[in-house]
Design a protein around this ligand. Structure first.
Ligand code: ASP
Length: 440
Protein backbone atom coordinates (compact mmCIF):
# COMPACT_ATOMS: atom_id res chain seq x y z
CA UNK A 1 0.00 0.00 0.00
CA UNK A 2 1.32 3.35 -0.98
CA UNK A 3 1.79 6.06 1.61
CA UNK A 4 2.40 9.77 1.50
CA UNK A 5 5.85 9.35 2.98
CA UNK A 6 8.83 10.46 0.91
CA UNK A 7 10.11 7.79 -1.47
CA UNK A 8 13.69 6.87 -2.24
CA UNK A 9 14.19 10.02 -4.26
CA UNK A 10 12.93 12.17 -1.44
CA UNK A 11 9.59 13.49 -2.70
CA UNK A 12 6.23 12.03 -1.78
CA UNK A 13 3.68 11.39 -4.52
CA UNK A 14 1.33 14.21 -3.44
CA UNK A 15 4.23 16.67 -3.58
CA UNK A 16 5.21 15.45 -7.03
CA UNK A 17 1.63 15.82 -8.27
CA UNK A 18 1.52 19.35 -6.93
CA UNK A 19 4.81 20.14 -8.67
CA UNK A 20 3.34 18.67 -11.89
CA UNK A 21 0.31 20.89 -11.53
CA UNK A 22 2.31 24.05 -10.84
CA UNK A 23 4.84 23.38 -13.62
CA UNK A 24 2.24 22.46 -16.24
CA UNK A 25 0.04 25.43 -15.36
CA UNK A 26 2.91 27.93 -15.19
CA UNK A 27 4.33 26.98 -18.59
CA UNK A 28 0.85 26.78 -20.12
CA UNK A 29 -0.38 30.10 -18.75
CA UNK A 30 2.88 31.86 -19.64
CA UNK A 31 2.79 30.70 -23.25
CA UNK A 32 -0.87 31.59 -23.47
CA UNK A 33 -0.30 35.09 -22.10
CA UNK A 34 2.69 35.63 -24.36
CA UNK A 35 1.33 34.36 -27.64
CA UNK A 36 -2.42 33.78 -27.63
CA UNK A 37 -4.29 36.30 -29.76
CA UNK A 38 -7.48 38.03 -28.64
CA UNK A 39 -10.58 35.97 -29.38
CA UNK A 40 -11.35 36.01 -33.08
CA UNK A 41 -7.99 37.61 -34.08
CA UNK A 42 -5.53 35.92 -36.46
CA UNK A 43 -3.20 33.50 -34.67
CA UNK A 44 0.49 34.49 -34.78
CA UNK A 45 2.92 31.81 -35.99
CA UNK A 46 4.37 31.36 -32.49
CA UNK A 47 0.94 30.53 -31.05
CA UNK A 48 0.22 28.13 -33.89
CA UNK A 49 3.38 26.28 -32.83
CA UNK A 50 2.30 26.28 -29.16
CA UNK A 51 -1.07 24.90 -30.18
CA UNK A 52 0.55 22.20 -32.28
CA UNK A 53 2.66 21.03 -29.35
CA UNK A 54 -0.28 21.20 -26.98
CA UNK A 55 -2.69 19.32 -29.29
CA UNK A 56 -0.40 16.85 -31.03
CA UNK A 57 2.14 15.93 -28.37
CA UNK A 58 1.19 16.96 -24.85
CA UNK A 59 -2.52 16.23 -24.93
CA UNK A 60 -2.13 12.65 -26.25
CA UNK A 61 0.39 12.03 -23.44
CA UNK A 62 -2.10 13.37 -20.88
CA UNK A 63 -4.85 11.29 -22.47
CA UNK A 64 -2.65 8.23 -22.12
CA UNK A 65 -2.79 8.74 -18.36
CA UNK A 66 -6.57 9.15 -18.49
CA UNK A 67 -6.96 6.02 -20.62
CA UNK A 68 -4.91 4.03 -18.13
CA UNK A 69 -7.30 5.20 -15.45
CA UNK A 70 -10.40 4.39 -17.48
CA UNK A 71 -8.96 1.01 -18.45
CA UNK A 72 -9.74 -0.51 -15.05
CA UNK A 73 -13.34 0.75 -14.92
CA UNK A 74 -15.16 -2.35 -16.18
CA UNK A 75 -13.29 -5.00 -14.16
CA UNK A 76 -13.23 -2.90 -10.98
CA UNK A 77 -16.93 -1.94 -11.15
CA UNK A 78 -18.01 -5.47 -11.86
CA UNK A 79 -15.82 -7.27 -9.35
CA UNK A 80 -16.26 -4.83 -6.47
CA UNK A 81 -20.04 -4.58 -6.72
CA UNK A 82 -20.53 -8.31 -7.23
CA UNK A 83 -18.30 -9.11 -4.27
CA UNK A 84 -19.92 -6.38 -2.17
CA UNK A 85 -23.44 -7.75 -2.66
CA UNK A 86 -22.46 -11.42 -2.58
CA UNK A 87 -20.65 -10.75 0.71
CA UNK A 88 -23.84 -9.36 2.19
CA UNK A 89 -24.95 -12.98 2.65
CA UNK A 90 -22.93 -13.02 5.84
CA UNK A 91 -24.24 -9.59 6.88
CA UNK A 92 -27.75 -10.99 6.55
CA UNK A 93 -26.83 -13.73 9.00
CA UNK A 94 -25.71 -11.06 11.45
CA UNK A 95 -29.27 -9.81 11.59
CA UNK A 96 -29.96 -6.37 12.98
CA UNK A 97 -26.28 -5.48 13.38
CA UNK A 98 -25.75 -6.09 9.67
CA UNK A 99 -28.82 -4.24 8.52
CA UNK A 100 -28.10 -1.25 10.79
CA UNK A 101 -24.57 -1.08 9.42
CA UNK A 102 -25.89 -1.00 5.86
CA UNK A 103 -28.49 1.58 6.77
CA UNK A 104 -25.76 3.80 8.21
CA UNK A 105 -23.59 3.35 5.13
CA UNK A 106 -26.36 4.19 2.68
CA UNK A 107 -27.88 7.00 4.75
CA UNK A 108 -24.68 8.90 5.47
CA UNK A 109 -23.32 8.41 1.96
CA UNK A 110 -26.51 9.77 0.39
CA UNK A 111 -26.56 12.69 2.85
CA UNK A 112 -22.97 13.63 1.98
CA UNK A 113 -23.72 13.54 -1.75
CA UNK A 114 -26.79 15.72 -1.30
CA UNK A 115 -24.84 18.31 0.68
CA UNK A 116 -22.19 18.35 -2.06
CA UNK A 117 -24.78 18.86 -4.77
CA UNK A 118 -26.49 21.68 -2.88
CA UNK A 119 -23.12 23.39 -2.37
CA UNK A 120 -22.29 23.33 -6.08
CA UNK A 121 -25.74 24.62 -6.94
CA UNK A 122 -25.31 27.51 -4.50
CA UNK A 123 -21.68 28.41 -5.26
CA UNK A 124 -21.80 27.54 -8.97
CA UNK A 125 -18.02 27.07 -9.27
CA UNK A 126 -18.32 25.86 -12.86
CA UNK A 127 -19.87 29.11 -14.05
CA UNK A 128 -17.03 31.38 -12.99
CA UNK A 129 -15.79 32.05 -16.51
CA UNK A 130 -16.93 34.26 -19.33
CA UNK A 131 -19.33 32.86 -21.93
CA UNK A 132 -16.54 32.88 -24.57
CA UNK A 133 -14.19 30.78 -22.43
CA UNK A 134 -17.02 28.41 -21.54
CA UNK A 135 -17.81 27.95 -25.23
CA UNK A 136 -14.13 27.32 -25.97
CA UNK A 137 -13.90 24.71 -23.21
CA UNK A 138 -16.93 22.93 -24.59
CA UNK A 139 -15.41 22.96 -28.07
CA UNK A 140 -12.06 21.66 -26.78
CA UNK A 141 -13.50 18.75 -24.85
CA UNK A 142 -16.22 17.72 -27.24
CA UNK A 143 -13.78 15.65 -29.32
CA UNK A 144 -14.47 12.07 -30.22
CA UNK A 145 -16.97 11.52 -27.49
CA UNK A 146 -19.21 14.06 -29.18
CA UNK A 147 -21.63 11.82 -30.96
CA UNK A 148 -22.29 9.45 -28.11
CA UNK A 149 -22.36 12.15 -25.51
CA UNK A 150 -24.80 14.21 -27.54
CA UNK A 151 -26.99 11.13 -27.70
CA UNK A 152 -27.10 10.71 -23.95
CA UNK A 153 -27.50 14.42 -23.29
CA UNK A 154 -31.05 14.39 -24.57
CA UNK A 155 -33.05 15.00 -21.41
CA UNK A 156 -34.72 11.79 -20.35
CA UNK A 157 -37.81 11.29 -18.26
CA UNK A 158 -37.98 9.16 -15.13
CA UNK A 159 -39.45 6.10 -16.78
CA UNK A 160 -37.04 6.12 -19.68
CA UNK A 161 -34.08 6.45 -17.32
CA UNK A 162 -35.23 3.54 -15.18
CA UNK A 163 -35.93 1.33 -18.19
CA UNK A 164 -32.50 2.21 -19.60
CA UNK A 165 -30.77 0.88 -16.48
CA UNK A 166 -31.56 -2.70 -17.44
CA UNK A 167 -29.20 -3.75 -20.21
CA UNK A 168 -30.48 -5.92 -23.03
CA UNK A 169 -26.97 -7.06 -23.65
CA UNK A 170 -24.59 -6.96 -20.74
CA UNK A 171 -21.49 -7.33 -22.91
CA UNK A 172 -22.71 -4.38 -24.95
CA UNK A 173 -23.24 -2.36 -21.75
CA UNK A 174 -19.70 -3.12 -20.61
CA UNK A 175 -18.33 -2.14 -24.01
CA UNK A 176 -20.13 1.21 -24.16
CA UNK A 177 -18.89 3.89 -21.77
CA UNK A 178 -22.28 5.57 -21.68
CA UNK A 179 -24.03 2.39 -20.53
CA UNK A 180 -21.93 1.29 -17.56
CA UNK A 181 -25.00 1.67 -15.37
CA UNK A 182 -26.25 -1.51 -17.10
CA UNK A 183 -23.11 -3.31 -16.00
CA UNK A 184 -23.58 -2.02 -12.45
CA UNK A 185 -27.14 -3.34 -12.47
CA UNK A 186 -26.00 -6.74 -13.74
CA UNK A 187 -23.26 -6.97 -11.08
CA UNK A 188 -25.77 -6.16 -8.34
CA UNK A 189 -28.32 -8.71 -9.58
CA UNK A 190 -25.69 -11.39 -10.00
CA UNK A 191 -24.39 -10.65 -6.49
CA UNK A 192 -27.95 -10.92 -5.14
CA UNK A 193 -28.31 -14.29 -6.87
CA UNK A 194 -25.02 -15.42 -5.32
CA UNK A 195 -26.45 -14.62 -1.88
CA UNK A 196 -29.17 -17.21 -2.52
CA UNK A 197 -26.85 -20.03 -3.55
CA UNK A 198 -24.72 -22.08 -1.20
CA UNK A 199 -21.20 -20.61 -0.83
CA UNK A 200 -19.64 -23.76 -2.39
CA UNK A 201 -21.41 -23.15 -5.67
CA UNK A 202 -20.11 -19.60 -6.04
CA UNK A 203 -16.72 -19.97 -4.38
CA UNK A 204 -14.79 -20.24 -7.64
CA UNK A 205 -16.27 -17.10 -9.15
CA UNK A 206 -15.80 -15.17 -5.93
CA UNK A 207 -12.15 -16.15 -5.68
CA UNK A 208 -11.62 -15.26 -9.31
CA UNK A 209 -13.23 -11.85 -8.91
CA UNK A 210 -11.34 -11.21 -5.70
CA UNK A 211 -8.08 -11.73 -7.60
CA UNK A 212 -9.31 -9.55 -10.44
CA UNK A 213 -10.19 -6.79 -7.97
CA UNK A 214 -6.79 -7.02 -6.25
CA UNK A 215 -5.04 -6.87 -9.61
CA UNK A 216 -7.00 -3.79 -10.67
CA UNK A 217 -6.11 -2.05 -7.42
CA UNK A 218 -2.45 -2.85 -8.06
CA UNK A 219 -2.69 -1.45 -11.59
CA UNK A 220 -4.44 1.64 -10.23
CA UNK A 221 -1.53 2.15 -7.82
CA UNK A 222 0.89 2.05 -10.73
CA UNK A 223 -1.23 4.45 -12.74
CA UNK A 224 -1.29 6.88 -9.82
CA UNK A 225 2.52 6.88 -9.88
CA UNK A 226 2.22 8.46 -13.33
CA UNK A 227 -0.18 11.12 -12.06
CA UNK A 228 2.46 13.91 -11.73
CA UNK A 229 3.31 13.59 -15.44
CA UNK A 230 -0.28 13.07 -16.57
CA UNK A 231 -1.46 16.05 -14.54
CA UNK A 232 1.35 18.27 -15.88
CA UNK A 233 0.44 17.37 -19.49
CA UNK A 234 -3.31 17.80 -19.04
CA UNK A 235 -3.10 21.10 -17.23
CA UNK A 236 -0.48 22.41 -19.68
CA UNK A 237 -2.81 21.67 -22.57
CA UNK A 238 -5.79 23.28 -20.86
CA UNK A 239 -3.97 26.44 -19.81
CA UNK A 240 -1.94 26.91 -23.01
CA UNK A 241 -5.16 26.86 -24.98
CA UNK A 242 -7.57 28.49 -22.58
CA UNK A 243 -5.36 30.69 -20.43
CA UNK A 244 -5.63 31.73 -16.83
CA UNK A 245 -9.41 31.30 -16.73
CA UNK A 246 -8.95 27.56 -16.43
CA UNK A 247 -7.00 28.02 -13.22
CA UNK A 248 -9.78 30.24 -11.92
CA UNK A 249 -12.20 27.39 -12.47
CA UNK A 250 -9.84 24.92 -10.82
CA UNK A 251 -9.53 27.27 -7.83
CA UNK A 252 -13.29 27.59 -7.42
CA UNK A 253 -13.70 23.83 -7.70
CA UNK A 254 -10.98 23.25 -5.14
CA UNK A 255 -12.55 25.66 -2.67
CA UNK A 256 -16.01 24.16 -3.11
CA UNK A 257 -14.86 20.54 -2.77
CA UNK A 258 -12.56 21.19 0.17
CA UNK A 259 -15.13 23.46 1.84
CA UNK A 260 -17.80 20.77 1.50
CA UNK A 261 -15.56 18.02 2.87
CA UNK A 262 -14.36 20.08 5.82
CA UNK A 263 -17.93 21.17 6.53
CA UNK A 264 -19.12 17.57 6.42
CA UNK A 265 -16.41 16.41 8.79
CA UNK A 266 -16.63 19.29 11.21
CA UNK A 267 -20.40 19.70 11.31
CA UNK A 268 -22.05 16.45 10.23
CA UNK A 269 -19.64 13.77 11.51
CA UNK A 270 -19.13 15.68 14.75
CA UNK A 271 -22.91 15.89 15.23
CA UNK A 272 -23.30 12.19 14.42
CA UNK A 273 -20.64 11.37 17.02
CA UNK A 274 -22.52 13.44 19.57
CA UNK A 275 -25.98 12.10 18.78
CA UNK A 276 -25.21 8.45 18.09
CA UNK A 277 -22.13 7.82 20.22
CA UNK A 278 -22.67 10.39 22.98
CA UNK A 279 -19.22 11.92 22.46
CA UNK A 280 -18.54 15.61 22.89
CA UNK A 281 -16.61 17.17 19.98
CA UNK A 282 -13.62 17.62 22.28
CA UNK A 283 -13.57 14.00 23.39
CA UNK A 284 -14.22 12.73 19.87
CA UNK A 285 -11.34 14.62 18.28
CA UNK A 286 -8.98 13.94 21.18
CA UNK A 287 -9.48 10.21 20.54
CA UNK A 288 -9.31 10.56 16.75
CA UNK A 289 -6.06 12.46 16.33
CA UNK A 290 -3.94 9.58 15.03
CA UNK A 291 -6.80 8.38 12.87
CA UNK A 292 -7.18 11.78 11.19
CA UNK A 293 -3.48 12.07 10.47
CA UNK A 294 -3.27 8.51 9.13
CA UNK A 295 -6.29 8.90 6.83
CA UNK A 296 -5.09 12.27 5.55
CA UNK A 297 -1.51 11.22 4.92
CA UNK A 298 -2.18 7.79 3.38
CA UNK A 299 -5.23 8.88 1.39
CA UNK A 300 -6.42 5.31 1.75
CA UNK A 301 -9.29 3.87 3.79
CA UNK A 302 -7.77 0.41 3.40
CA UNK A 303 -4.37 1.45 4.71
CA UNK A 304 -6.06 3.28 7.57
CA UNK A 305 -8.31 0.37 8.58
CA UNK A 306 -6.05 -1.07 11.32
CA UNK A 307 -5.86 2.41 12.87
CA UNK A 308 -9.64 2.83 12.61
CA UNK A 309 -10.17 -0.46 14.46
CA UNK A 310 -7.56 0.44 17.06
CA UNK A 311 -9.13 3.86 17.61
CA UNK A 312 -12.61 2.38 18.13
CA UNK A 313 -11.37 -0.30 20.53
CA UNK A 314 -8.55 1.40 22.46
CA UNK A 315 -9.63 5.02 22.46
CA UNK A 316 -13.38 4.63 22.76
CA UNK A 317 -13.84 1.16 24.23
CA UNK A 318 -15.84 -0.46 21.41
CA UNK A 319 -15.79 -4.29 21.47
CA UNK A 320 -13.33 -5.89 19.05
CA UNK A 321 -16.01 -7.98 17.33
CA UNK A 322 -18.09 -4.95 16.36
CA UNK A 323 -15.12 -2.87 15.19
CA UNK A 324 -13.77 -5.93 13.36
CA UNK A 325 -17.09 -6.34 11.58
CA UNK A 326 -17.83 -2.70 10.67
CA UNK A 327 -14.38 -1.45 9.61
CA UNK A 328 -13.49 -3.96 6.87
CA UNK A 329 -16.93 -3.48 5.33
CA UNK A 330 -16.81 0.28 5.84
CA UNK A 331 -13.31 0.67 4.37
CA UNK A 332 -14.60 -0.50 1.01
CA UNK A 333 -18.30 0.32 1.13
CA UNK A 334 -18.81 3.39 3.29
CA UNK A 335 -17.23 6.43 1.71
CA UNK A 336 -19.05 9.61 2.65
CA UNK A 337 -16.29 11.95 1.52
CA UNK A 338 -15.87 10.13 -1.77
CA UNK A 339 -19.59 10.31 -2.53
CA UNK A 340 -19.63 14.03 -1.76
CA UNK A 341 -16.58 14.54 -3.97
CA UNK A 342 -18.30 12.68 -6.80
CA UNK A 343 -21.46 14.76 -6.49
CA UNK A 344 -19.47 18.00 -6.39
CA UNK A 345 -17.23 17.01 -9.31
CA UNK A 346 -20.01 15.80 -11.58
CA UNK A 347 -22.11 18.91 -11.05
CA UNK A 348 -19.10 21.20 -11.36
CA UNK A 349 -17.98 19.63 -14.63
CA UNK A 350 -21.55 19.66 -15.94
CA UNK A 351 -21.63 23.40 -15.19
CA UNK A 352 -18.30 23.91 -16.95
CA UNK A 353 -19.60 21.96 -19.90
CA UNK A 354 -22.75 24.07 -19.95
CA UNK A 355 -24.97 21.08 -19.40
CA UNK A 356 -27.86 21.74 -17.08
CA UNK A 357 -28.86 18.51 -15.36
CA UNK A 358 -32.56 17.78 -15.14
CA UNK A 359 -34.05 16.79 -11.77
CA UNK A 360 -34.16 13.08 -12.67
CA UNK A 361 -30.53 13.35 -13.79
CA UNK A 362 -29.55 14.91 -10.47
CA UNK A 363 -31.30 12.11 -8.62
CA UNK A 364 -29.36 9.72 -10.83
CA UNK A 365 -26.11 11.48 -9.82
CA UNK A 366 -26.96 10.92 -6.13
CA UNK A 367 -27.80 7.26 -6.77
CA UNK A 368 -24.70 6.67 -8.84
CA UNK A 369 -22.44 8.56 -6.45
CA UNK A 370 -23.66 6.32 -3.62
CA UNK A 371 -23.24 3.15 -5.69
CA UNK A 372 -19.87 4.07 -7.10
CA UNK A 373 -18.62 5.20 -3.69
CA UNK A 374 -19.52 1.70 -2.53
CA UNK A 375 -17.69 0.30 -5.55
CA UNK A 376 -14.59 2.50 -5.20
CA UNK A 377 -11.44 0.90 -3.88
CA UNK A 378 -10.16 2.38 -0.62
CA UNK A 379 -6.84 3.41 -2.13
CA UNK A 380 -5.51 6.77 -3.35
CA UNK A 381 -7.48 7.79 -6.42
CA UNK A 382 -9.73 4.75 -6.01
CA UNK A 383 -12.85 6.65 -7.02
CA UNK A 384 -11.42 8.36 -10.12
CA UNK A 385 -12.27 5.58 -12.63
CA UNK A 386 -15.78 5.44 -11.19
CA UNK A 387 -16.22 9.19 -11.38
CA UNK A 388 -15.56 8.84 -15.10
CA UNK A 389 -18.49 6.42 -15.25
CA UNK A 390 -20.90 8.83 -13.56
CA UNK A 391 -19.79 11.70 -15.80
CA UNK A 392 -20.33 9.73 -18.98
CA UNK A 393 -23.66 8.50 -17.75
CA UNK A 394 -25.04 12.03 -17.45
CA UNK A 395 -23.58 13.13 -20.76
CA UNK A 396 -20.49 15.02 -19.62
CA UNK A 397 -17.24 13.96 -21.40
CA UNK A 398 -14.95 12.12 -18.98
CA UNK A 399 -11.99 13.94 -20.59
CA UNK A 400 -13.04 16.98 -18.54
CA UNK A 401 -11.52 15.19 -15.56
CA UNK A 402 -8.36 16.87 -16.83
CA UNK A 403 -9.54 20.03 -15.09
CA UNK A 404 -9.73 18.57 -11.61
CA UNK A 405 -6.99 15.95 -11.55
CA UNK A 406 -4.27 18.42 -10.66
CA UNK A 407 -5.80 19.20 -7.29
CA UNK A 408 -7.28 15.78 -6.73
CA UNK A 409 -4.59 14.42 -4.48
CA UNK A 410 -5.27 17.04 -1.84
CA UNK A 411 -9.01 16.55 -2.21
CA UNK A 412 -8.43 12.78 -1.99
CA UNK A 413 -6.47 13.12 1.26
CA UNK A 414 -9.25 15.27 2.65
CA UNK A 415 -12.14 13.05 1.55
CA UNK A 416 -10.52 9.99 3.05
CA UNK A 417 -10.93 11.56 6.52
CA UNK A 418 -14.78 11.50 6.60
CA UNK A 419 -14.62 8.15 4.80
CA UNK A 420 -13.01 6.60 7.88
CA UNK A 421 -14.50 8.72 10.67
CA UNK A 422 -17.98 7.73 9.47
CA UNK A 423 -16.99 4.04 9.86
CA UNK A 424 -15.71 4.82 13.32
CA UNK A 425 -18.91 6.56 14.46
CA UNK A 426 -21.00 3.75 12.98
CA UNK A 427 -19.10 1.16 15.03
CA UNK A 428 -19.45 3.28 18.19
CA UNK A 429 -23.18 3.68 17.61
CA UNK A 430 -23.64 -0.06 17.19
CA UNK A 431 -21.52 -0.78 20.27
CA UNK A 432 -23.70 1.53 22.30
CA UNK A 433 -26.87 -0.05 20.95
CA UNK A 434 -25.60 -3.49 21.91
CA UNK A 435 -25.25 -2.22 25.46
CA UNK A 436 -21.48 -1.60 25.68
CA UNK A 437 -20.42 1.44 27.65
CA UNK A 438 -18.08 3.67 25.64
CA UNK A 439 -15.18 5.66 27.11
CA UNK A 440 -16.82 9.05 26.83
N1 ASP B 1 -8.86 7.58 -1.31
C1 ASP B 1 -10.23 7.26 -0.97
C2 ASP B 1 -10.24 6.27 0.17
O1 ASP B 1 -9.38 5.44 0.26
C3 ASP B 1 -10.98 6.70 -2.13
C4 ASP B 1 -11.21 7.77 -3.18
O2 ASP B 1 -12.13 8.57 -3.01
O3 ASP B 1 -10.48 7.84 -4.17
O4 ASP B 1 -11.11 6.28 0.99
Amino acid sequence: MEHAQPNARGLSLPTKILIGLVLGATVGVTLNLLYAPALGAVKPAAYVRVEWWADEIIRPLGNLFLSLLFMVVVPIVFSSLFLGVAGLGSVQKLGSLGSRTLLWFLGTTALATLIGIVLVRVIEPGKRVSAEVAAEIQRQYLGEAQARVAQSTQAKGWLEMIVDIVPRNVVGAAADNTKVLGLIFFALILGAAAMRLSPERTRLLRELLESLYELCVKVLNWVMELAPYGVACLIFHATAKLGLDVMKLVGWYFLTAMGGLVLYQVVVVTALAKVYAGLSPRRFYAGCRTLLVTAFSTSSSNATMPTTIRTAVDEFGAPKEIAGFVMPLGATMNMNGTAMFEGVSVLFLAQVYGKGLTFPEQVMVVGMAVLTAIGAAGVPGGSLPLLAVVLTQVGVPAELLALILGVDRLVDMTRTVPNVTSDLVCSLWLSRREGHALKT
